[in-house]
Design a protein. Structure first.
Length: 666
């Protein structure tokens, strides 16, 4: 373009000069005809010479441009063909229009023109490439080699003005980088925190020499286990250890399901209670500070779920192993006293107190809420319980409470609670630690302080930033924990009979009449409530069923099917008035059948399917329900499944049971 402009400029300047000479010759002719004739001849020669020179320059320039274009085409062609990168040209449908020899070597095929690139490189997404998004990195694998795909998309007009896309793809071999990164990940550092669960309770009553032998045996087995995975272990406190090892060994430990848990549990040196471990493992966090943070969070979760298990935390993901034994009851009441004094301080410094049970409250959550109401009242603070209303499982107890004028304004709904909660509000959550299970999750970020009192095994979605957490999985019920707190929260506390009966009702229901998860402290709590005026006959009346409920429960039990020789599965009949109540009751009743170790009952309620799981302790129904997205504790757990019918929910339950059996947990 510049050369053409130059030629035009030269031609225009020459013409000006010649026209100027022509004008001067005309003037000369006027004075002398002979000189004018000579000048005309000279002008004719100049015009001829100028045209010849211009034509010659044009031919030279044209030849130069043609040679240059030919050289560039040859250079580009030679470069493309000889470039040490595999290259291929494809159309927008992925058909190959051209390729170089390196690409043919990469796919180990010849004569592939016109074939689809997906036939040779399986994991390439040609549609994604044709979108031509900037800063998009594409990696593919071919014959155990890894490539990064660099591409250039050209859009042209075809027949009829239709737009066509052509892509030139370049494949950069990054196998060495990928292998190096895999090696780094494989040999990354893993930090594990290990703690012997309830060592004082296990060793209580043992002679000094037997206790020393027990601790020494635990140490020996842990150090031998660490040596087997080439890890460095250090004991930093009584029953507490820190272990560092390479990430490559973690996969093997997971495959063996941390068999060290079983090995420690088998120690028997005169101890009546088998020792168990809680293991928290942090990995994938990069620097050691994040790894130790992950390990701390993991071991807290392991202990919150009852111990005897390993929890592996990888960034935001959690993996659970073990958790097959019952929790060890802590007989000391020191922690209850400490929690009670801390809770007393929080109540006194708060402007208002709100108590929130879980959705679809049961006798344990309602009784615990009523107990905490009495605790706040004894300190001169008014309190409200957030609950949308009664359900069949608490209807009789709720009605008895509402008969008393003092409780006429005790219960408020979620909308009313949102209007009164502020930075000066103390929110006490009972019988759940999961935000989504609470009656009104919207209150959590707005409350000034949060207290959690629960007896369920901790789940990953725990309520964060709670000022006080009292979660003891050994306890029979939340009512038991609240009863312990009430004994220390205020001197000479006076609990009204209906409140004592509500607390006792929660204990009776969760222990199935003092037969499951019942410890010394359970009877001590019941004894205290009896002294406070709880009438056991009145409590029994809370759980009396009408004839329709009884028949529906009997029909559900009748329809049960036995799987794996000892697990009962049944479905609650449709059209009954209280399906959730029937589901829980039928699961409990099925455990009364000889040979049944666990029972699961399903029911359709609204747009969801609920599953209630119960066991005698040999089968951990919590692990089974957690695999479906639910939770609970070892002998009682449940889950709510949405977007599925009863048959689909039953299939998912049976798949979870099969996996549980295959993993050898029975």
């Amino acid at each position: 373009m510049k050369n053409k402009s130059f030629i035009k400029l030269v031609k225009s300047n020459t013409a000006i000069y010649l026209w100027s000479v022509f004008g001067l010759i005309l003037c000369l002719t006027y004075y002398n005809i002979f000189l004018g004739f000579v000048g005309m001849l000279l002008l004719a020669y100049l015009v001829y010479h100028s045209r010849s020179a211009t034509h010659s320059q044009k031919e030279q320039l044209t030849e130069y441009v043609e040679n240059l274009s030919f050289d560039i085409d040859n250079a580009i062609s030679s470069t493309l063909i000889g470039l040490p990168l595999p290259m291929v040209m494809v159309n927008e449908k992925g058909s190959i229009n051209w390729y170089n020899s390196r690409f043919a070597e990469m796919v180990q095929r010849e004569d592939i023109l016109g074939s689809g690139i997906i036939e040779h490189i399986k994991d390439i997404d040609i549609d994604l490439i044709m979108q031509h998004k900037k800063d998009m990195e594409i990696q593919v694998t071919n014959a155990d080699r890894h490539y990064s795909v660099i591409y250039n998309i050209v859009e042209t007009s075809g027949v009829g003005g239709r737009k066509r896309k052509t892509g030139m793809l370049y494949f950069v071999d990054i196998t060495d980088c990928v292998v190096a990164q895999q090696e780094i990940n494989r040999r990354g550092t893993v930090i594990a925190l290990i703690q012997v669960d309830s060592l004082d309770e296990i060793a209580s009553g043992l002679d000094a020499d037997i206790r020393a032998s027990l601790v020494a045996e635990i140490d020996k087995r842990l150090y031998r286990w660490a040596e087997g995975i080439r890890g460095a272990i250090q004991k930093y406190d009584d029953g507490k250890y820190i272990l560092v090892f390479e990430k490559d060994w973690l996969t093997r430990l997971q495959q063996k399901k941390f068999d060290i848990l079983d090995e420690i549990r088998d120690i028997a040196l005169g101890n009546l209670i088998p020792p168990t471990l809680s293991i928290g493992i942090g990995t994938g966090g990069g620097d050691p500070a994040r790894l130790i943070q992950f390990a701390n969070a993991a071991i807290d979760l392991a202990q919150g779920r009852g111990g005897d298990q390993a929890v592996v935390k990888v960034e935001d993901r959690l993996y659970f192993y073990g958790g097959k034994t019952r929790e060890v009851e802590k007989r000391t009441k020191l922690k209850s006293r400490v929690i009670a004094h801390a809770l007393r301080h929080l109540i006194l410094q708060s402007d208002s107190v709100l108590i929130m049970p879980h959705r679809l409250a049961d006798p344990d959550s309602l009784g615990a809420a009523v107990g905490m109401y009495r605790g706040a009242k004894s300190l001169g603070k008014d309190a409200k319980i957030i609950m949308s209303g009664p359900n069949p499982s608490i209807e009789t107890l709720y009605s008895r409470i509402m008969e008393d004028e003092e409780y006429s304004s005790l219960f408020i709904g979620c909308r009313e609670a949102q209007g009164v909660v502020d930075g000066g509000t103390l929110l006490i959550i009972v019988d759940t630690h999961r935000p989504g299970f609470s009656e009104c999750p919207e209150l959590l970020p707005r409350a000034g302080n949060i207290v959690v009192i629960d007896h369920h095994r901790r789940s990953p979605d725990f309520i964060e930033d709670a000022a006080l957490v009292y979660q003891e999985t050994y306890a029979s019920s939340t009512c038991e924990l609240v009863t312990e707190i009430l004994q220390y929260i205020s001197e000479d506390i006076k609990i009204r009979p209906i409140e004592a009966e509500a607390l006792l009702a929660g204990i009776i229901i969760d222990t199935k009449n003092f037969t499951y998860k019942t410890g010394v402290k359970t009877f001590e709590a019941a004894s205290f409530l009896r002294r406070m005026g709880a009438d056991t006959t009145a409590v029994r009346q809370f759980f009396q069923d009408d004839i329709d409920t009884f028949l529906a429960r009997a029909e559900t039990v009748k329809k049960a099917r036995i799987v794996h020789n000892s697990i009962a599965i049944s479905v609650c009949p449709e059209g009954i008035e209280s399906p959730l109540l029937i589901t829980a009751q039928a699961a409990n009743t099925l455990l009364d059948i000889r040979g049944i170790k666990a029972a699961f009952v399903l029911c359709k309620f609204g747009q969801s399917v609920f599953i209630s799981g119960r066991s005698l302790g040999e089968i951990n129904v919590q692990l089974i329900m957690e695999s479906l997205g639910g939770g609970g504790h070892m002998t009682a757990a449940g889950v709510q499944l949405t977007g599925v019918e009863v048959d689909g929910a039953r299939e998912r339950l049976e798949e979870a049971l099969n996996q549980y059996i295959e993993e050898g947990d029975v």
